[in-house]
Design a protein around this ligand. Structure first.
Ligand SMILES: [Zn+2]
Length: 202
């Protein structure tokens, strides 16, 4: 078999008519760099692909992710999926923030396939985000899709915009939460969730 040369994939033009590759090249020039030097030659193209991937959540839909993965059951105990790893970009600095999301809900009469929860997290993480908004969006999406008795979402993250820029390093970790339904109205439910999340051996 003949060895094929690697083919450089051309980025499909985006609907906004903006060439991210060309703009990234401008940024390199703006930094005083020479985009034609060997190490940077393909950088705008590579970085554009990375950015498209890191923001691919804009092009995902809840309907496609769920795709029939809702099941009718008689189960009204708390369902919890903890330590869902995520990577996102802070919309203020375009720098990463990453960490873990813990999701819990109490079914009314439907449960969602467990593997779908990390995908819902990714759908909102792979956008330009605020940790607070992402946490709310995950909770609201589960509430709308599953119509549960309650939803709780906790997000723990570290922000590179703080870690790398040397500001408030001691506060680079942030915790946000969104509690809906029973998780908001019942302290015992909330406490059960919090204790399950803080237990390391689950
Ligand atoms: Zn930031």
């Amino acid at each position: 078999m003949r060895h094929r040369k690697a083919v450089v994939q051309v980025m499909p033009p985006n609907p906004r008519g903006v060439s991210i590759v060309a703009e990234l090249e401008k940024i390199l020039r703006g930094l005083g760099e020479d985009p034609t030097r060997e190490g940077l030659l393909k950088t705008p193209e590579r970085a554009a692909k990375a950015i498209e991937y890191l923001t691919s959540g804009y092009r995902m839909s809840v309907e496609k992710i769920l795709n029939g993965a809702l099941f009718t059951v008689k189960y009204d105990e708390m369902v919890i999926v903890k330590d869902i790893e995520f990577f996102s970009l802070c919309e203020h600095h375009l720098l990463p923030f990453s960490g873990k999301v813990h999701v819990a809900y109490i079914p009314r009469n439907k449960v969602i396939g467990l593997s779908k929860l990390p995908r819902i997290v990714d759908m909102f993480a792979r956008r330009l985000q605020l940790q607070e908004r992402m946490t709310q969006q995950i909770a609201q999406t589960i509430e709308e899709a599953v119509d549960p008795l309650g939803v709780g979402v906790i997000c723990e993250a570290r922000h590179f915009c703080m870690m790398m820029r040397g500001v408030e390093k001691q506060h680079s970790g942030a915790v946000t939460s969104s509690m809906l339904g029973a998780f908001r109205s019942h302290k015992e439910t909330r406490d059960e969730f919090l204790s399950l999340v803080s237990r390391t051996s689950l």
